[in-house]
Ligand binder design. Structure first.
Ligand code: ASP
Length: 353
């Protein structure tokens, strides 16, 4: 990708931190078109609204996607570009802030958490529910606090050394987050993992929840290239035709099975037969609950024991967003199905308990 570098230097000669701000698009930078729909706009007009940042004690360099996008159009190329930009610039900055649409922010933050192996610096995703130019926009607070978090240090070490989402006063682990609101400002939640920080008058970090800083970690980045995956969400009344169609997709390698409650599915034998057949054909099945809180426990009920018996991998308390990106990441980077299954089961970077 040919990205644009927009220099935005603050006045300070010895800033407390240097931050790379990456603008991908999203509501934060949108304007209304003639028909009244919000469309992504270039970074220039965001600059007009954030000129007050020039007084900050942080040096900020901005990189903008050449075509800012509504995050509903995000694709693997964008993730690979984002990971590459961070990898390439890693040693030159103390932290990274990614401006991103909220619709797929949890997917992108999850994907980046897997792709940036050995990360030891903050990568903070943020955005807004209203464009930065709107009078009541939440953009200003989200952006300023995200920058503050990305530049926070504890002596020489960064306070945060993982991929996070900062939104509406909460700092959440990226691969534990979910967009849960499209109208209110508090758009994200992390039901199964505590908030990493809460911003009020001060930013109060929960040090017991933050990922550990690993002194000797070296950053490497892995691409995500394999999209031979599907999400199969079970529902009462689902017909064999639906299951058959999904499981017979040519080239399919992995399925996130969105089950009820603690991981249950219908006891109808036809359903088990389709899954057994898929597993026999080397399709990996990963069991994730439709509930946002709690966890999959295959075997707690008879209607989930069958899944364990036939070789469905339990996703414990992982989100669907983290599950599907983890599956794509592992399929892209592991050379055997056995290895993919082994690594799906275990937490790679705090995405599951
Ligand atoms: N549709 C927008 C996007 O995800 C929504 C937002 O940014 O809040 O890009």
């Amino acid at each position: 990708m040919k990205y644009k570098i927009v220099k935005f230097q603050t006045r300070k000669n010895s800033p407390k931190a240097t931050i790379l701000l990456i603008y991908t698009g999203g509501t934060i930078g949108m304007l209304y078109d003639d028909s009244g729909s919000l469309v992504p706009f270039n970074f220039g007009h965001i600059m007009d609204r954030i000129s007050y940042l020039r007084g900050f004690d942080i040096n900020i360099t901005v990189i903008s996607f050449p075509e800012p996008i509504d995050s509903s159009s995000i694709q693997l190329e964008h993730w690979n570009d984002l990971a590459y930009i961070i990898f390439e610039n890693y040693d030159s900055y103390d932290g990274f802030v990614v401006l991103h649409g909220t619709d797929t922010m949890a997917y992108s933050a999850s994907a980046l958490s897997f792709m940036l192996e050995g990360l030891n610096k903050p990568v903070i995703f943020t955005g807004a529910q209203l464009p930065i130019g709107a009078a009541r926009s939440d953009a200003r607070e989200n952006l300023i606090t995200a920058l503050d978090i990305a530049s926070s240090k504890d002596g020489e070490k960064p306070v945060v050394s993982e991929v996070c989402i900062y939104f509406s006063y909460l700092l959440l682990r990226g691969n534990r987050s979910k967009k849960v609101e499209s109208s209110h400002f508090n758009a994200f939640e992390s039901e199964n993992y505590p908030s990493l920080a809460e911003a009020g008058v001060d930013i109060e970090y929960d040090y017991s929840a933050l990922g550990a800083y690993r002194k000797d970690a070296r950053l490497s980045y892995k691409k995500i290239l394999d999209t031979n995956v599907a999400i199969l969400k079970v529902f009462p009344g689902m017909t064999p035709g639906v299951v058959e169609n999904i499981l017979s997709i040519r080239g399919l390698k992995g399925v996130v099975l969105e089950t009820y409650g603690s991981g249950t599915v219908t006891a109808d034998p036809w359903f088990a037969d389709y899954l057994k057949n898929a597993i026999k054909n080397n399709i990996i099945m990963f069991n994730v609950s439709q509930c946002t809180g709690g966890r999959v426990m295959q075997g707690r009920y008879q209607t989930s024991k069958m899944l364990a018996d036939i070789g469905v991998v339990s996703g414990s308390d992982i989100t669907t967003e983290a599950a599907i990106t983890k599956m794509m990441y592992l399929l892209s980077n592991e050379d055997s199905i056995k290895k993919v299954k082994e690594r799906l089961k275990i937490p790679l970077c705090g995405e599951m308990s």
